[in-house]
Design a protein around this ligand. Structure first.
Ligand code: GLC
Length: 560
């Protein structure tokens, strides 16, 4: 049974959720103390970002031990307690599985780098310098691939004179999934967590695990280094590996949820990954809709055309209609705040946050709510470089400014796209540190917490929070939301997002005004919809008239 089709997942970023011990960094006991907030929202599943021991070079996505908890976050006993508290509220807990790479401080890597003959040498990707070149000479890297966090994707290890591959930071060496013993060690670790009681995994960049073993140079001319990702995005054996993982880890266990994070995945590939008959994953995170406001890189900002958003999400809805399943998200710990990016975080913030929620949650797929999204939290007012913490932003700034870019221009793009926007502390109340910590928060609290916070939202029946609660309830109570078919309307309208959902004789019309001006939804069968029931939202100017940034759901019985 695909229980997750009518489920909603709430994503917790532990560093920034709730701090119980005053060190300024969130922790497991803090999360446990705030679980009622998530339960009240009605979420079915909690996804916990990495809490394993880590040098924190990439905020925990650089894991040095897969079977323990970082002391910053607590202990395994705290984890077990949190898990029990989650289960006691009828929710499930999904953990982050980061197995494309480890930390360079993981024991496996220490062993791998110790000598060319190490039995674990092949657990990572080691290569000699480019033919005819000296190790360490400029351009001697084995391939021209770029790291996602700037600079080359190879680091020379002087002890053995070879380079290791790191698609992310140099402290995140890529694991070599060609090695069967490595795969078995990962599966064993996964079974260990399932036996502890976790209910599944969100799998970090899991479509990068199969590389073309020849490691050819990347195409294109991005200067000395180019992405190279055509050689590792959905590589030759990725389906084979995930099917093997399914057999070795998931087969015969019920009630789990598996979701693969997959930058660059196509609809066609996603259908293969999520076709139940193939037994690989339940769903994937695709990236198309969060790249429509970008040029060649994420820092190259472009205005978003609503018609592109509709074309993209509509294609994913259609592509996974018969087989496979979508996951739905506007934001997470890697993306700017949704209301700032896709809506209006000024005058119409509340309405825009509700509209975005309505539109996304009424799509077909499993929705993910990122902590604070249910409050309409916004991007942060970062002023100077020193306000940022994220390695991606800091490396990008250093690299671009060294290459001659205007520092103010680079800062402007960090303010819009930087991942720290999503990582500012959760805003629990209006007190000085927003109820997040009694100490000094590791990343500044957004000053707008005096207005935007959970306490105020829970007390206000018209808040974004209560709107999310109603939408989630609707997914649980109206089968059409989880199971109905999907038809995109008005593909060329530049302001109104509109679609219908239908199951049996129940039909929903979902509307969202993506503009700061009033708009009329010129949908087909307008007369019928004018007589329909308003299921979500208000309609003071009529069922098809939308105020700025307003969203709405209408319900009708179809004439069939
Ligand atoms: C994923 C994570 C991101 C991390 C990267 C490398 O994209 O969501 O936070 O930096 O993988 O692990």
């Amino acid at each position: 049974m695909s229980w997750w089709k009518s489920a909603v997942v709430y994503q917790v970023y532990p560093r920034s959720f709730a701090d119980s011990d005053g060190d300024g960094i969130g922790d497991l006991a803090g999360i446990a103390s705030r679980l009622d907030h998530v339960a009240e929202l009605g979420a079915d599943v909690l996804w916990l970002c990495p809490v394993y021991p880590s040098p924190q070079d990439d905020a925990g996505y650089d894991i040095s031990d897969y079977r323990a908890i970082d002391s910053t976050f607590g202990t395994l006993a705290d984890f077990d307690r949190l898990l029990a508290e989650v289960h006691a509220r009828g929710m499930k807990l999904v953990t982050d599985l980061v197995v494309n790479h480890t930390s360079d401080e993981h024991a496996w890597f220490a062993e791998s780098r110790s000598s060319r003959d190490s039995p674990r040498r092949d657990w990572y990707w080691w290569r000699p310098p480019r033919a005819g070149m000296e190790a360490g000479a400029p351009g001697a890297e084995p391939t021209n691939w770029r790291s996602a966090f700037s600079g080359p994707a190879w680091e020379l290890d002087p002890a053995t004179g070879e380079y290791y591959l790191h698609i992310f930071s140099r402290k995140q060496p890529d694991l070599n999934w060609e090695t069967p013993e490595l795969r078995e060690a990962i599966y064993e670790m996964m079974r260990w967590w399932l036996e502890r009681g976790v209910d599944g995994f969100r799998m970090d960049v899991v479509n990068f695990i199969s590389k073309d073993p020849a490691l050819p140079d990347g195409r294109g001319d991005g200067g000395a280094f180019v992405s190279g990702s055509e050689h590792y995005i959905c590589g030759p054996r990725v389906h084979e590996f995930l099917a093997e993982m399914h057999r070795e880890v998931f087969a015969g266990r019920d009630g789990l949820l598996t979701v693969g994070e997959m930058p660059g995945v196509t609809v066609e590939d996603a259908r293969l990954f999520t076709d139940p008959a193939r037994a690989e994953l339940d769903m994937v995170f695709q990236f198309e809709h969060v790249q429509l406001d970008q040029g060649a890189t994420k820092w190259d900002l472009r205005p978003l055309a609503l018609r592109d958003l509709k074309a993209s999400l509509g294609r994913w809805q259609a592509g996974l209609a018969e087989r496979g399943w979508n996951s739905l998200y506007w934001g997470n710990h890697d993306q700017p705040r949704a209301v700032s990016r896709f809506g209006d975080d000024g005058e119409h913030r509340v309405r825009a946050a509700k509209m975005l929620a309505t539109v996304l949650q009424m799509h077909r797929g499993t929705p993910y709510v990122y902590q604070g999204e249910e409050l309409g939290m916004t991007n942060a007012p970062f002023a100077r470089l020193e306000d940022f913490r994220d390695i991606e932003s800091l490396n990008h700034y250093a690299e671009s400014v060294a290459a001659g870019a205007d520092p103010e221009h680079v800062l402007a793009s960090l303010r819009r796209m930087g991942r720290d926007n999503a990582r500012t502390p959760m805003q629990w109340d209006a007190s000085e540190r927003a109820g997040f910590t009694t100490g000094t928060p590791w990343l500044a609290v957004n000053p707008n917490h005096v207005e935007i916070n959970a306490e105020a939202a829970r007390a206000d029946p018209d808040s974004v929070f209560h709107h999310y609660r109603r939408l989630i309830e609707l997914r649980h109570s109206e089968p059409v939301v989880a199971h109905g078919d999907f038809t995109m309307l008005l593909p060329d309208d530049e302001r109104v997002y509109a679609f219908t959902r239908r199951l049996g004789d129940v039909e929903l019309l979902v509307l969202g005004n993506f503009s700061g001006a009033a708009a009329e939804a010129a949908v087909p069968s307008g007369e019928r919809w004018r007589a329909a029931e308003v299921l979500v939202g208000e309609a003071p100017d009529g069922p098809l008239s939308l105020r700025p940034w307003e969203g709405r759901v209408l319900k009708a019985r179809s004439a069939r």
